[in-house]
Design a protein around this ligand. Structure first.
Ligand SMILES: [Zn+2]
Length: 217
C-alpha cells in the first residue's frame, strides 16, 4: 500500500465501494463501442456516457483523486490498444486559463499525460483557448458548434505534426473536437484520432471497421 492509499483510501469512482479507484464490477458494466467518427476523424472511447463510467468521469472532474485519473487513463489505454489505431503524438483539449484556475487542473491534460506514459508517447501542449466558451450543457448540436467556432488556436512555436491524437474527457456532439481539429489544421498539422473516455451515442459510427473491441482491462 502506498502513502497515497493511506491518505486517500481508494474508492471506486463508479459505485463508491472501497478497495479500488475503478472496481471490476463497474468495469464489467461498461458497454464497449465500435469506434465512431467526428468530422471524418476516428473517435476512440472507452464506452458510452452512462452508468458507472459517467459517474466516474464526474468524480474525476469535480473531486479529483490521482488514482482515479490513472485508472481511467488505463481504460482509455486499453481502448486505444484494442482499436489497433496508430498514434505517434498526443495533444489535449485546453481549458480557458480562468476555468483552469478555478478547477485547479485540466482534466484532458491530466488524462493525456498519463496516457502518454502508458503508451510511451510524447504529449505536445499546443492548443490554446482563444476565448472562454459558455458551458455547453443544455445546448443543441447547432448551438454547440456556433459556440465553439474559433475557440482555439495553435500557440506552440513548433508546428503541429500530421496525425496528432487529441485527448478530451468526454465527446458529446463533437463540436469541441471539431473546433480543435480545425485550429490544428489552420496551423499546418492534422488530427488523426480523437481519444475520449466516453461519448454520447448519437454520433455516427466509423465507416471503416477497426479490429478489436474497446473496453476496460
Ligand atoms: Zn465500482
Amino acid at each position: 500500500m502506498s502513502l497515497l492509499d493511506l491518505i486517500f483510501p481508494p474508492r471506486c469512482g463508479g459505485c463508491g465501494a472501497y478497495g479500488a479507484s475503478w472496481c471490476g464490477r463497474c468495469a464489467e458494466r461498461v458497454r464497449s463501442l465500435p469506434p465512431g467518427t467526428v468530422a471524418g476523424i476516428p473517435l476512440i472511447t472507452v464506452g458510452p456516457l452512462e452508468g458507472p463510467l459517467q459517474r466516474a468521469i464526474h468524480v474525476y472532474k469535480y473531486r479529483p483523486r490521482p488514482q482515479l485519473a490513472t485508472a481511467l487513463a488505463g481504460c482509455l489505454e486499453a481502448a486505444v490498444r484494442n482499436s489497433g489505431i496508430r498514434i505517434a503524438v498526443l495533444t489535449f483539449v485546453p481549458l480557458h486559463p480562468a476555468r483552469q484556475r478555478e478547477r485547479g487542473f485540466n482534466q484532458a491534460e491530466r488524462l493525456a499525460r498519463r496516457l502518454g506514459l502508458m503508451l510511451e508517447l510524447p504529449v505536445l501542449a499546443g492548443l490554446r483557448r482563444v476565448r472562454p466558451t459558455p458551458a455547453q450543457v443544455g445546448l443543441g448540436e447547432a448551438e454547440r458548434r456556433a459556440n465553439m467556432i474559433g475557440a482555439f488556436c495553435w500557440s506552440a512555436t513548433q508546428r503541429p505534426p500530421e496525425g496528432l491524437a487529441l485527448v478530451d474527457d468526454v465527446c458529446t456532439t463533437g463540436a469541441t473536437l471539431e473546433a480543435a481539429a480545425e485550429a490544428v489544421g489552420r496551423a499546418g498539422g492534422s488530427i488523426g484520432a480523437f481519444l475520449a473516455l466516453a461519448r454520447a451515442q448519437t454520433l455516427p459510427a466509423l465507416a471503416v471497421t477497426l479490429p478489436g473491441q474497446s473496453g476496460c482491462p
